[in-house]
Design a protein around this ligand. Structure first.
Ligand code: B12
Length: 223
């Protein structure tokens, strides 16, 4: 019988590692569903795990387990060339993106997915990792002169870090010699957070984020 995304979603919500990995294997082998649909199903499952954690039905160990499971699924679903960590090397035609999870926040699964998507569309990505302080964003912007600065955040604390980072980058425009466009992302981000932080754009979806970066680079190059 054909494996369904619903079965995978349930297995992940129940934090059943063996079943989650087995079902992912089967879905990949069957080749009937796109890798992105598998990841979307798992992302929905993580949301439910997060809600169970909020209701204290799961503990922090549940969040950790869910995060690790998602990484394992990602490894199974991604092609080897997508997995390659290009570091600061890689394509540049599409533009250079500076990316990091902001200070106080260590969530990096979504950031890494966004980074992989950007690389898939020929962007050069300089990934600063997690818990990145505003001063580091500034120093690396000065060093690499990226076309777009992207910040990821999943907890409320991230709003303040994003605001502080945007303010620092804006304050130091003279030193930088330009005004880099700034894009925010992560499941807690919306238009109000974007406005509060003073960023140019935002998204809660990696592919949409790629399109935003493409548009921002095209606009800057047209000037
Ligand atoms: C896994 C997980 C963890 C793991 C993280 C592992 C890791 N390496 O990332 C661990 C266990 C470490 C963890 C820790 C904590 N977590 Co947590 N965690 C989660 C969980 C279940 C899933 C997050 C995830 O990976 N989602 C899947 C990815 C793919 O989605 P995503 O990040 O949104 O990314 C997508 C897009 O947003 C986009 N994207 C991402 N970044 C960017 C950037 C840009 C620029 C763009 C354009 C797009 C983009 O691309 C992705 C694909 O489309 C969420 C639940 C949830 N609803 O999100 C809670 C959640 C985020 N965690 C939460 C909490 C409270 C915590 C802790 C404070 C718990 C604690 N008491 O210690 C700590 C925080 C530690 C810290 N200082 O950061 C809360 C946050 C609530 C809030 N609003 O503040 C949540 C929402 C759970 C909940 N409902 O309560 N967590």
């Amino acid at each position: 019988m054909a494996t369904t995304l619903e079965e995978l979603r349930s297995a992940m919500i129940e934090l059943d590692e063996d079943r989650t990995l087995d079902l992912t294997h089967r879905l990949v082998e069957q080749g009937r569903v796109a890798p992105m649909s598998i990841l979307n199903a798992c992302q929905q499952a993580l949301k439910v795990v997060g809600e169970r954690y909020e209701r204290q039905e799961y503990f922090i160990s549940g969040l950790i387990m869910a995060g690790e499971l998602f990484k394992e699924v990602l490894d199974l679903v991604q092609q080897p060339d997508e997995r390659a960590d290009l570091g600061s090397a890689g394509a540049t035609q599409a533009g250079t993106i500076l990316l990091g999870t902001v200070a106080g926040d260590i969530h990096d699964i979504g950031k890494n997915m966004f980074s992989t998507s950007l690389r898939g569309f020929e962007f050069k990505v300089i990934d600063l990792g997690v818990d990145v302080p505003p001063e580091r964003f500034l120093a690396e912007t000065e060093r690499h002169h990226p076309d777009v600065v992207c910040m990821s955040g999943l907890i409320m604390l991230a709003f303040e870090s994003m605001k502080a980072t945007v303010e620092l980058l804006r304050d130091q425009e003279k030193r930088l010699g330009y005004r880099p466009p700034i894009v925010l992302g992560g499941s807690v981000i919306d238009g109000r957070v974007c406005q509060y932080a003073g960023a140019d754009s935002w998204s809660t979806d990696a592919m949409e984020g790629v399109r935003i970066c493409q548009d921002l680079v095209a606009k800057a190059r047209a000037l």
